[in-house]
Design a protein around this ligand. Structure first.
Ligand code: MG
Length: 157
């Protein structure tokens, strides 16, 4: 068994789509990033890479590389999943927490679980997604951006 954790945060920016956990969510702004800004998938990728001892997402997909401009983060997640599979590693479970003051994420949790589980190749029941506010404290509480935290367990190899 191998455990990994990942953390990411992105700043809100007007005029961008908001994509979290591979799901597009209606909101008046999205997250600034070189990619689509999916902070949930970025945290998850870092947890997966961490568990596998493979460094971090910035090492594998540099944000100076034009190849990743505006990229759908699900493509990155599937590449990470493939890299683990090549090493005989499979996801046992993932537990994700999103901190956001707005928008309300509860209506989108099931879709995120199904989407992420599909990319990870495991049942949705093994991919837990939680959302919380920080009671208007800190950068997420002030609505400056969104942060995500991931813990994963791998088995194999
Ligand atoms: Mg990121």
């Amino acid at each position: 068994m191998l455990i990994g954790q990942g953390i990411d945060a992105h700043r809100f920016e007007p005029g961008r789509r908001l994509v979290l956990g591979g799901v597009e969510i209606a909101h008046d702004q999205g997250l600034a990033a070189h990619s689509d800004g999916d902070v949930v998938i970025h945290a998850l990728c870092d947890a997966l890479l961490g568990a596998a001892g493979l460094g971090d997402i910035g090492h594998h997909f540099p944000d100076q590389d034009a190849a990743y401009a505006g990229i759908d983060s699900r493509i990155l997640l599937r590449r990470v999943t493939d890299a683990l599979a090549e090493r005989g590693l499979a996801v046992q479970n993932a537990d994700l927490t999103i901190t956001a003051q707005a928008p309300k994420l509860a209506p989108h949790i099931a879709a995120m679980r199904a989407t992420l589980a599909g990319d990870l190749g495991c049942p949705p029941a093994r991919v837990n997604v939680k959302a919380t506010t920080t009671e208007r404290m800190g950068f997420t509480g002030r609505g400056e951006g969104i942060a995500a935290f991931a813990v994963v367990l791998l088995d194999g190899a």
